[in-house]
Design a protein. Structure first.
Length: 94
């Protein structure tokens, strides 16, 4: 079934792809969270923000500030020894 452009835009605004799969805004960041064993809750606590605020940022509903990005980079680099750049972690999947 082919969707009209208006329907596609509505689906993407809701964060769901045409086939019902979730659109990942920051695929490298999500992948590295899993690889490093960092939970969203622990990352939010380390950043001193609520878990729901972090989920909104990860879903692309609100923007990461540069301060947020640097904090995340420092958390990852402390965990694995300085391997991640901001460009890598925050490359958009859209």
């Amino acid at each position: 079934m082919w969707y009209t452009n208006a329907r596609k835009q509505h689906i993407y605004r809701k964060g769901v792809g045409i086939l019902g799969t979730k659109i990942v805004v920051y695929p490298n960041l999500i992948a590295e969270l899993a690889r490093c064993g960092i939970t969203v809750t622990s990352l939010a606590n380390s950043m001193a923000i609520s878990r729901s605020a972090l989920y909104k940022k990860l879903d692309g509903k609100t923007a990461f500030t540069l301060k947020d990005m640097v904090a995340i980079q420092e958390i990852f680099n402390a965990k694995v020894g300085g391997a991640f750049t901001l460009d890598y972690l925050f490359t958009s999947g859209l």
